[in-house]
Design a binder for this molecule. Structure first.
Ligand code: NAI
Length: 342
């Protein structure tokens, strides 16, 4: 069975309609950076979730209109808007899941690391507020460079004395979504059936799709492996170039982030069969943070799945060794950024 899928999961018997006459949702979700390219479609998709009772939208500008607009959808959740630092604390009170897509996106020619200087500060400030107001929440980091912003968030939470590594996630779902799409197209498979784990990190060669672990089992030629791996690694850049200066992936990203939110809510709600790939504190390799498949439960990460890393193909083994120095440097850069501050 396809696990952790966003849309096609059968609804529970009491969930009569997504456009609900019945209010079933009991979870509170906050989006920080909600007026942005990702934030807006993500807010719409989360507004459609039957599991959500409250949707708090935060941004430094333009969020009032987004919230007013969304609040007219006749789905269960109540939408509230919060603008600027003075309202951030209130936005985060009693929240179960915080999603952070705040920050600047890439323009053509930029790497994700080029965003570090701006986004590192944004993530640090926002996670400080999360630590102060909803330290028990699941935290989903979308802001790039994810390879560094997740270690930044971890350091901030440690300094505040509230770090729970089971509840801090770098969102790499888009890499899985892309891998599934490209493999299904290439091999003529039914999209809904395809599941490719993606491990490592979320930038360039640190994105490592494990094509040998594709479900349903399928064989690839060496050329197909090379071509698909490189396309999955560069898919973000494909979008950045097509948008030609107008930003990076927003719609597919919102779709992927909504799937990860929905999976988290299902786990919080007691579903015992929720698996996703995510970039998290990890002991699967010698790197302190690593993306892999995880099992989600009520308290966050219930288990990391080491079997994905066993029996890799020779191509994958080599790619895994090759990505480690870059990922290590990005992790250290994030940690140093927080530790160096007075
Ligand atoms: P955008 O520029 O359209 O939106 C960003 C939003 O963040 C804006 O509304 C802005 O006002 C807000 N913002 C800026 N500073 C803020 C602060 N201090 N507090 C709260 N909000 C603040 O950018 P877009 O396209 O939505 O991308 C957002 C981030 O997501 C970028 O860093 C981008 O690189 C990253 N991204 C991550 C992906 C992933 O797979 N993890 C995929 C695509 C993008």
């Amino acid at each position: 069975a396809l696990r952790g899928s966003f849309a096609p999961k059968a609804q529970k018997p009491n969930l009569r309609s997504q456009y609900g006459l019945q209010i079933q949702g009991s979870y509170k979700v906050a989006i920080l950076g909600a007026a942005g390219g990702i934030g807006q479609p993500l807010a719409l998709l989360i507004k459609m979730s039957p599991l959500v009772s409250a949707l708090n939208l935060y941004d430094i500008a333009n969020v009032k209109g987004v919230a007013a607009d969304l609040s007219h959808c006749n789905t269960p959740s109540q939408v509230l808007d919060f603008t600027g630092a003075s309202e951030l604390g209130n936005c985060l009170k009693c929240v179960d899941v915080v999603v952070i897509p705040a920050g600047v996106p890439r323009k053509p020619g930029m790497t994700r690391d080029d965003l570090f200087n701006i986004n590192a500060n944004i993530v640090k400030t926002l996670v400080e507020a999360v630590a102060d107001n909803c330290p028990d929440a699941f935290i989903h980091i979308i802001s790039n460079p994810v390879n560094s912003t997740v270690p930044i968030a971890a350091e901030v939470l440690k300094q505040k004395g509230v770090y729970d590594p089971k509840k801090l996630f770098g969102v790499t779902t888009l890499d899985v979504v892309r891998a599934n799409t490209f493999v299904a197209q290439r091999k003529n498979l039914k999209l809904i059936d395809v599941d490719v784990p993606v491990i490592g990190g979320h930038a360039g060669i640190t994105i490592l799709p494990l094509l040998s672990k594709t479900k349903p089992s399928v064989s690839f030629t060496d050329e197909e492996i090379e071509e698909l791996t490189v396309r999955i690694q560069n898919a973000g850049t494909e979008v950045v170039e097509a948008k030609a200066g107008a930003g990076s992936a927003t719609l597919s990203m919102a779709y992927a982030a909504a799937r990860f939110v929905e999976s988290s809510l299902r786990a919080l709600d007691g579903d015992g069969d929720v698996y996703e790939c995510s970039y998290v504190q990890s002991d699967l390799t010698d790197l302190p943070f690593f993306a892999s498949r995880i099992k989600l439960g009520r308290k966050g990460i219930e288990a990391q799945i080491p079997s994905d890393l066993q029996g890799l193909s020779e191509y994958e083994e080599k790619a895994l060794e090759a990505l480690k120095p870059e990922l290590k440097a990005s992790i250290e850069k994030g940690i140093a950024f927080v530790q160096k501050q007075p």
